[in-house]
Design a protein around this ligand. Structure first.
Ligand code: C5P
Ligand code: MG
Length: 300
């Protein structure tokens, strides 16, 4: 800044000291001046050795500008960086190993668009295979409604707009729920269906790195038209803030743009079990059981 200012000032000074040139078409100089005198000079001729141009004001401005610039830079470097937003503050420190070992804890991610029937099929699997069902959406809604939650209003806003809640919140809620369940079981063994998760790549990477690697993704594949019909039907009684036409549209967009890449990522690793979810709940469950047992055996 100080350089720019002094450059600007010196440029201006040069301009002021440029003598007038011949005008086009004229044969003589605009103003005839005595030798050594410029056309713009008005006062009496300077005495020899006296500079007619007052340079002190410019030096003063340059010094003042440089001084305030230095003060500004110093005050900036003294300032502490702003604290991270609250949801980032809850993030656990980076761990080398996940909290739970896949040798004792079985995790299946359950994915599919909104209204694909994830919740319905999870309830069937809990009944027949004694999984613990953890729905990321349900955990977020419970946290949103918990009195004194510092994330309540943040979650509310994200859910209404069909956006993905910052992953630190969701991963921590899931880890807490898993810990609470495993504390009650003998030997810390458990089987979890993590429903509606991971919906974004950062959730997937964070969870597998810090909580527990999943066996695979159970993916319920359903066309949008059918999912929309189901959601509007459910909206009549669900009381959910996002089961309305406007939110449904946003949720579909988020699903296609943000969640499908997660399915593709696991698919690329051969870790997706896909079930066609257009038929009746019973037919969908039959296919689910067959594919699950083909992958894990009957006694997993
Ligand atoms: O799965 P469910 O439809 O109940 O999710 C409701 C909302 O919760 C999502 O639209 C999204 O705003 C939020 N959510 C999230 N991350 C997840 C699961 C749900 O942000 N993994
Ligand atoms: Mg659900």
């Amino acid at each position: 800044m100080a350089h720019a200012l002094s450059r600007m000032l010196s440029r201006r000074m040069c301009q002021q000291w440029t003598p007038l040139q011949k005008t086009p078409g004229s044969t003589s100089r605009v103003l005839r001046q005595p030798a050594g005198r410029h056309a713009y000079a008005t006062g009496p001729n300077p005495r020899p050795g006296q500079n007619p141009f007052k340079i002190w004001p410019f030096i003063a401005i340059t010094l003042a500008g440089t001084g305030s610039y230095i003060l500004m830079v110093r005050s900036r470097t003294d300032m502490a960086p702003p604290p991270p937003p609250p949801h980032e503050q809850i993030a656990a420190p980076k761990k080398d190993t996940p909290t739970f070992s896949p040798a004792s804890v079985t995790v299946l991610f359950v994915l599919g668009g909104p209204g694909a029937g994830k919740g319905t099929q999870c309830a069937n699997l809990v009944r027949d295979y004694h999984f613990t069902h953890l729905s990321a959406g349900d955990l977020l809604r419970a946290e949103q409604d918990r009195e004194g939650s510092e994330f309540g209003s943040l979650i509310k806003e994200y859910i209404r707009d069909g956006k993905i809640v910052p992953m630190e919140v969701t991963v921590q809620l899931l880890e807490n729920a898993m810990t609470a369940t495993l504390e009650k079981t003998k030997g810390g063994r458990g089987k979890f269906l993590i429903d509606g998760f991971p919906r974004q790549m950062d959730q997937a990477l964070k969870f597998e790195e810090s909580v527990c690697p999943a066996k695979f993704v159970l993916f319920f594949d359903c066309p949008e038209q059918e999912m929309q019909r189901r959601l509007l039907d459910r909206g009549k009684t669900s009381g959910r803030s996002d089961d309305n036409a406007e939110s449904i549209k946003k949720r579909f967009k988020t699903f296609v743009e943000t969640s499908m890449p997660v399915v593709d990522y696991f698919d690329g690793q051969g870790r997706v079990v896909k079930v066609v979810a257009t038929k009746s709940p019973e037919q969908v469950y039959k296919e689910t059981r067959e594919k699950l047992e083909a992958r894990l055996g009957k006694n997993f």
